[in-house]
Design a protein around this ligand. Structure first.
Ligand SMILES: Cc1cc2nc3c(=O)[nH]c(=O)nc-3n(C[C@H](O)[C@H](O)[C@H](O)COP(=O)(O)OP(=O)(O)OC[C@H]3O[C@@H](n4cnc5c(N)ncnc54)[C@H](O)[C@@H]3O)c2cc1C
Length: 375
């Protein structure tokens, strides 16, 4: 690999690394290089469901909810600008999300969500069983009640990755695939170079966006936060017509109807190390929960099976920020179940740090020095 100086090196070309590269380029930064040990955009970013599930995924008002909401609010503009920049429609679907109860416990969960979200002034409505089935006739007759979150949307995450990659290609950002970053050489409080499988790479600023593999990158004496892989298995059904118009959640699973007739059903949440594969038990678990929501899809053939590794920090929250004693190193990882949702705000936050803008206290609360990360 050529040993030329770069302004920015980004390690990892998933949705997080690619979104950061785009935002830095839009802010006028030149000589950006992204390296990925595999093909770009093919790990968690490819496997994801693409739900922008702020109200379905959060349990209380607080910083994480604020972060998710702020990122979701950026999506209409993010999608429109990416469309203008690349000609790729990333399939932002704003029909909303239904959250269903099938058991007494599920109804208690619905009570809890409805109460905290109403108190927080959020857009949420309660539906009876018959109202739920009127809205989505293929939902099981066993449904007890539902909530509708009009502001929880979805996006076609693979098209999002394709659009970001096209942006990279059109804007002179260097993308090097098949190259692994093994170690960052840190001296006197600065990253001097990245040692990669293709030689050393020099850059003024390094950004680690390596998803579930983040803490495998050595950066002695810097302690890169521990990020664990959490496997998720998803199955996809192909239908000729669209069965559902909303994303549909239960406390055990979800169905994501795509514009092209696919229905994605997910997902397992498994702490099994780096074993990124489908298992018969995982497929069975996902199918069972999908058919609980909509027994009428049980006759459909599985058209796709895919697994991915979600990056999870010790406190299950994203890790975004610089390091106290290293001036030119930033990490953006740990996005766990919500990396597609959180890509726009993460990109903005990292770009603000790089260009020296003031970073909000909200973003600072997801920094590397928080105590909950060491647990
Ligand atoms: C089944 C499933 C469903 C999901 N559903 C949703 C959803 O509906 N909504 C949502 O918002 N999120 C969802 N997620 C979570 C989301 O996919 C992740 O949070 C997000 O993709 C993380 O993006 P990333 O760029 O950090 O990681 P990744 O997409 O995994 O990318 C990391 C990249 O870094 C590269 N890399 C790693 N180590 C190195 C190295 N040493 N050198 C060079 N390159 C390296 C990898 O090859 C990879 O390409 C889901 C995840 C799964 C698995």
């Amino acid at each position: 690999m050529q040993e030329i100086g770069r302004e920015i090196l980004i390690v990892g070309a998933g949705v997080i690394g690619l979104s950061i590269a785009r935002e830095l380029s839009r802010r006028g930064i030149k000589r950006i290089t992204i390296i990925d040990r595999g093909p770009a955009g093919h790990e968690a970013t490819f496997a994801a469901g693409g739900m922008l599930a702020v109200q379905a995924e959060t349990d209380e008002a607080g910083d994480f909810f604020e972060l998710c909401s702020a990122s979701r609010d950026r999506y209409p503009q993010f999608a429109a600008e990416l469309g203008d920049e690349t000609g790729i429609d990333i399939g932002l679907d704003q029909a909303g999300t239904l959250y269903l109860a099938f058991t007494g416990n599920d109804s208690r969960e619905i009570d809890h969500r409805y109460n905290w979200q109403k108190n927080a002034g959020l857009n949420v409505e309660r539906l009876s069983a018959s109202e739920t089935r009127k809205l989505e006739p293929f939902v099981s007759p066993d449904v007890r009640e539902g909530l509708i979150f009009p502001d929880d949307w979805q996006v076609e995450n693979r098209k999002l990755a394709a659009a970001l990659l096209k942006f990279v290609a059109l804007n002179g950002i260097e993308l090097i695939e098949g190259t692994e970053c093994r170690r960052l050489i840190v001296k006197n409080g600065r990253v001097i170079a990245a040692e990669t499988s293709s030689g050393k790479v020099f850059a003024q600023q390094t950004i680690i966006a390596a998803g579930a593999w983040t803490s495998m990158i050595e950066a002695d004496p810097v302690r890169v936060p521990e990020i664990r892989p959490i496997r998720g298995q998803i199955v996809g059904f192909q239908t000729a017509k669209r069965f559902f118009s909303h994303v549909i959640y239960s406390p055990r699973g979800y169905l994501i109807p795509r514009a092209d007739g696919r229905i994605l059903a997910g997902a397992t949440v498994e702490d099994v190390g780096f074993e990124n594969l489908m298992t018969p038990a995982g497929i069975e678990y996902v199918r069972r929960n999908a058919f609980e929501i909509a027994p009428s899809i049980s006759g459909l053939k599985i058209a796709e099976e895919i697994s991915g590794l979600r990056p999870k920090a010790a406190d299950a929250l994203p890790v975004i920020g610089g390091f106290p004693h290293v001036e030119n190193l930033i990490v953006a990882s740990g996005h766990y179940r919500n990396g597609i949702l959180l890509a726009p705000i993460t990109a903005d936050a990292v770009a603000d740090i790089v260009v020296g803008n003031r970073v909000s206290s909200l973003i600072r609360s997801f920094g590397v020095d928080r105590t909950s990360l060491s647990g």
